[in-house]
Ligand binder design. Structure first.
Ligand SMILES: NC(=O)c1ccc[n+]([C@@H]2O[C@H](COP(=O)([O-])OP(=O)(O)OC[C@H]3O[C@@H](n4cnc5c(N)ncnc54)[C@H](O)[C@@H]3O)[C@@H](O)[C@H]2O)c1
Length: 388
């Protein structure tokens, strides 16, 4: 455990004060309190948003020392250690390139980029500046203790040889297309490459595997999505609608390099929940399953002794599990999104301070971007594609 007297500080600049900006701000605040293993205390130095009224208000409410409406001002500052990018995804590439050139540790929300061209531009700079070891991408779902524990069980062979992996991510954005959708930039961020990138990542993370080839159906579901969020006081019904250019639905079958078959299902037309992420893993000697709807519980079925004992056992996350010293000591007390986001921040800070490469770094996240692009290619070609 880090001694309080020895704990260093790292200065944070957070760009973007929307949905994720707020979740990150909470995590920067919580991590020094809840994570005894954090190597430095994050200092909320400067908050940035191009919406002035918003950034003025939120810097005050969230406890940032300063604010700016222009992220370029942050690049020039010697006292900023980590730049945390929580802006709409189509802005990530330029902001990350600028931050790398300024020598900062860059923590960028997913998806890292929205086009292959942006990805290539960004990766050229990452490699030129030898900066991969100072990058991190916000695939926060990896930080659920139950997800990490599932990975450990798979590695240890707890359910035998893995036969099948099924990942699912369902949201309900399409159901609300006639009303205010302030956080969705449908035509910019891409459907599958945005939310779906989480399940592309989780599959390879849990199995410790890579994609070999895949076939996909991936397409928009409806023609009448609002092209923008309504301005204040504007009637949402008056906003023009257009066909989405991104995948509101995807169904992917993939061969992993190890030979495991994976299926990934993603839908934005799932009326039952705004956020429903889950996986099932089937092995020769049992199965594991998890749902983000009940994130502190991992279910495992090991080889039953008799047919009378078929069923799953629920494991409650607690002190004996990953990040166990950062959550309440009684299994069943529960781990929430704010905890999980603070574990992500713990890993980012520790990578920044220790010099160890964060996983997923930009190089790793680039592999995820490429898989998402292959999913789109498979839909276009209507055939299996190999993932290089
Ligand atoms: N990891 C997750 O689970 C998760 C969940 C939701 C969103 N995200 C990702 O987080 C990112 C942000 O999404 P969001 O939902 O928070 O978006 P949002 O629209 O709620 O917030 C974006 C913010 O960025 C600001 N902004 C826009 N242009 C800017 C500029 N040039 N300079 C400074 N600020 C600018 C906007 O004013 C807004 O405050 C996206 O990449 C999204 O995919 C990740």
């Amino acid at each position: 455990m880090t001694n309080a007297e020895n704990r260093k500080t790292v200065n944070i600049a957070l760009i973007g004060t929307g949905f994720m900006g707020k979740e990150h701000a909470k995590a920067w605040s919580l991590s020094p309190v809840s994570c005894p293993d954090i190597l430095a205390t994050p200092v909320k130095k400067i908050l940035c948003d191009n919406d002035e009224a918003r950034v003025v208000e939120r810097a005050k409410l969230w406890g940032f020392e300063e604010y700016t409406t222009d992220y370029h001002e942050i690049l020039e500052r010697d006292d900023i250690d980590i730049i945390d990018i929580c802006t709409p995804a189509f802005l990530h590439a330029d902001m990350a390139i600028d931050a790398i050139k300024a020598g900062k540790f860059v923590f960028c929300e997913k998806p890292m980029v929205t086009t292959m061209e942006d990805g290539q531009r960004l990766m050229q700079v990452v490699r030129k500046y030898n900066a991969n070891g100072r990058t991190a991408v916000g695939f926060n779902k990896r930080r659920w203790p139950a997800v990490q524990y599932a990975r450990k069980l798979v590695k240890e062979g707890a359910i035998g040889r893995i036969l099948l992996y099924n990942g699912r991510y369902c949201q309900n954005g399409v159901m609300f297309r006639k009303v205010n959708l302030p956080n969705r930039k449908w035509w910019k961020t891409g459907g599958f490459a945005d939310s779906g990138s989480h399940i592309v990542d989780m599959c390879r993370y849990i199995l410790d595997d890579q994609y070999d080839s895949l076939v996909a159906r991936a397409y928009p579901l409806v023609d009448d999505l609002p092209v923008r969020a309504p301005a204040e006081g504007e009637d949402p019904a008056a906003i023009p609608t257009a066909k989405s250019e991104c995948e509101d639905f995807s169904l992917v079958i993939a061969n992993m390099k190890s030979g495991i078959t994976a299926s990934l299902y993603s839908s934005s037309a799932y009326g039952g929940s705004g956020e429903d992420i889950s996986f099932e893993i089937h092995g020769t000697d049992g199965s594991i399953r998890w749902s983000g709807a009940n994130p502190s519980v991992l279910q495992i079925c090991e080889q039953p002794r008799t047919r009378a004992e078929v069923g799953f056992k629920s494991i409650l996350m607690g002190p004996a599990h990953p990040y166990g010293n950062s959550i309440p000591p009684m299994p069943g007390f529960g781990v929430g999104v704010v905890d999980q986001m603070s574990f992500q921040v713990l890993e980012v800070v520790n990578a920044c301070v220790s010099g160890e490469t964060y996983n997923p770094s930009f190089e790793d996240a680039w592999e995820i971007v490429k898989v998402c692009d292959k999913i789109r290619q498979s839909e276009q070609k209507k055939e299996w594609v190999s993932v290089d």
